[in-house]
Design a protein around this ligand. Structure first.
Ligand code: NAD
Length: 491
């Protein structure tokens, strides 16, 4: 793949400013962010981070843009988002390839991520004609009472490296049709994906003669994220990332009575009962555990298997893991690509050590892969470990392809194990028994934001509200009525 030709087709230079107000790129002189591809270790390019001054310029433009944008009727705002979706369709292959090369996920997943952006645009277009309130009977004669929703203002979006483009779009497309403007602080690990997105949206802004501040970008490290969280002019911060980050962001924004949508870490489990179709279950586990090299918030990290089928499932899994091809994610023959960087590889290695120290047992031991084709030093083998749910390492999200397997003897115990972690994002049960499935979906069942039956934990559909409970942060974004979080309610 020729990365330079992809960048140039997306209108991105290999030395690019990291901050923009619409199509206006600022002369940033903050820290330099060097973006290396985890695929081959090569430098993609350098981006200069936004300074306080750049941030202030963005906020001022965003506030001005908001005054105009909120006056545009919602269906017309939807028309702009429709055009954005079409612009994404035109650049789908290039943007998908950039996502794959800068983040390290497979090209198919890169394309899938761009498709999710397109899908949320379609959803938002429809939503722009359906933003509704309710009418209630008033206790006063000759009066009526109703609740209506108004835009909030500037929405701050802080995103993680593993979905470098889709998470921004999930937030921005909905925020825009609701009448808000957006300022985006992407992950410092994937700045070029963000620049490419900004270029695509800024063309739409220009073509329609809209205020540039409708979409602002501020690349940088956590300090730039903190500019957003501590800024009184940002009434809503939607932050996606680790629970550690969310704890800081949540506190900071709450101190100034801002609103948050927090989309944080997961520790997702699948239960396999004796009444499951084992072949479907195995496919679901393998895809959920090793897809995106275990770097999805919804990755399957724990497998809770009934004791009567434990040995059989374990043997089938070990055999399936032997067939996994690891290598360049742009090569469609490979099933698993690299981790994002060497820090991540170290976290993976530390976790393996800890499994053994904590008393777990490695069934598929993993390890770093070296040699030709693996020059970035970021390729690792997936791990399966036998462990109990109470181990410290099992209670923690390690953002790598490590799967813990454990036994249960009855369905209540399985659900208790599934719920027995601090996080609450995604969950799944594999069973053809309706009673077991219903027990899992009942209020006394899975405590997660997402509960699946006979599909794995990973992935999500944009039509539903996406998010999780407990240390996952409680936020909901994307479909259903998640839009209400982007508006203020007036009675
Ligand atoms: P991270 O927490 O390291 O960083 C996420 C973003 O937060 C980055 O842009 C970073 O610069 C910024 N940030 C960090 N500290 C900050 C602070 N104090 N103030 C403001 N901004 C700050 O996460 P990551 O390594 O990029 O992503 C992996 C994590 O994200 C995993 O825990 C994963 O589960 C989670 N994630 C969750 C979801 C979800 O929807 N629940 C989706 C994707 C990823």
């Amino acid at each position: 793949m020729n990365i330079q030709s992809i960048l140039s087709s997306l209108g991105v230079e290999s030395k690019n400013s990291g901050a923009a107000i619409g199509a206006k790129w600022l002369t940033t002189n903050g820290n330099t962010i060097s973006s290396f591809s985890p695929v081959d270790g090569n430098l993609i390019g350098e981006v200069t981070a936004a300074t306080e001054k750049d941030y202030e310029d963005c906020i001022r433009s965003a506030q001005e843009a908001f005054l105009d944008w909120r006056m545009v009727p919602a269906p017309q705002r939807g028309e702009i988002v429709r055009q954005f979706g079409d612009a994404l369709r035109a650049k789908k292959e290039d943007l998908g390839a950039l996502v794959s090369y800068e983040m390290g996920k497979s090209y198919q997943e890169g394309l899938g991520e761009v498709q999710e952006m397109i899908d949320i645009c379609d959803f938002a277009v429809g939503l722009s004609r359906q933003l509704s309130g309710i009418t209630l009977h008033s206790e006063r004669t000759q009066h009526r009472m109703y609740e209506q929703y108004h835009p909030l203002g500037v929405v701050g979006i802080i995103s993680a490296f593993n979905f470098p483009v889709a998470v921004w779009a999930w937030n921005a497309a909905i925020a825009w049709v609701c009448g808000n403007v957006c300022i985006w602080k992407p992950s410092e690990k994937t700045p070029f994906c963000a620049i490419a997105c900004q270029k695509i949206m800024s063309n739409v802004i220009k073509k329609n003669n809209l205020p540039e501040g409708l979409s602002c970008l501020v690349n940088g490290f956590a300090d730039v994220g903190e500019m957003i969280t501590s800024c009184d002019d940002v009434p809503l911060v939607s932050a996606t990332g680790s629970t550690e980050m969310g704890r800081k962001v949540g506190k900071k924004v709450a101190e100034r009575f801002g609103k948050t949508i927090l989309e944080l870490g997961g520790n997702n489990a699948m239960i396999i009962t004796p009444e499951a179709d084992i072949n479907i279950a195995i496919v679901g586990v393998v895809f959920g555990a090793i897809g995106t090299a275990g770097q999805r918030c919804t990755t399957t990290r724990r497998l809770i298997i009934h004791e009567s089928i434990y040995d059989d499932v374990k043997a089938k899994l070990v055999s399936a893991y032997k067939q996994i091809k690891i290598g360049n994610p742009l090569d469609e023959n490979n099933h698993m690509g690299p981790l994002i960087d060497k820090d991540s590889v170290n976290c993976y290695l530390n976790a393996i050590e800890k499994i053994v120290d904590d008393g777990g047992k490695l069934v598929v031991p993993g390890g770093v892969i070296n040699g030709a084709g693996y020059d970035s030093g970021c390729y690792v083998k997936p791990v399966i470990a036998e462990a109990t749910n109470d181990l410290n390492i099992v209670q923690t999200e390690t953002f790598a392809p490590i799967l813990y397997i454990m036994k249960y003897s009855n369905i209540s115990e399985a659900i208790e194990i599934q719920n027995g972690v601090p996080q609450g994002l995604s969950s799944s049960i594999m069973t053809n028994n309706l009673r077991e499935a219903e027990a899992f979906l009942a209020h006394s069942g899975s405590d997660c934001g997402i509960a699946n039956v006979n599909i794995g934990t990973s992935g999500a559909e944009i039509g539903g509200a996406f998010g999780g409970e407990k240390e996952t942060g409680g936020g909901r974004e994307s479909g259903s009525d998640a839009w209400k979080a982007y508006m203020r309610r007036q009675t």
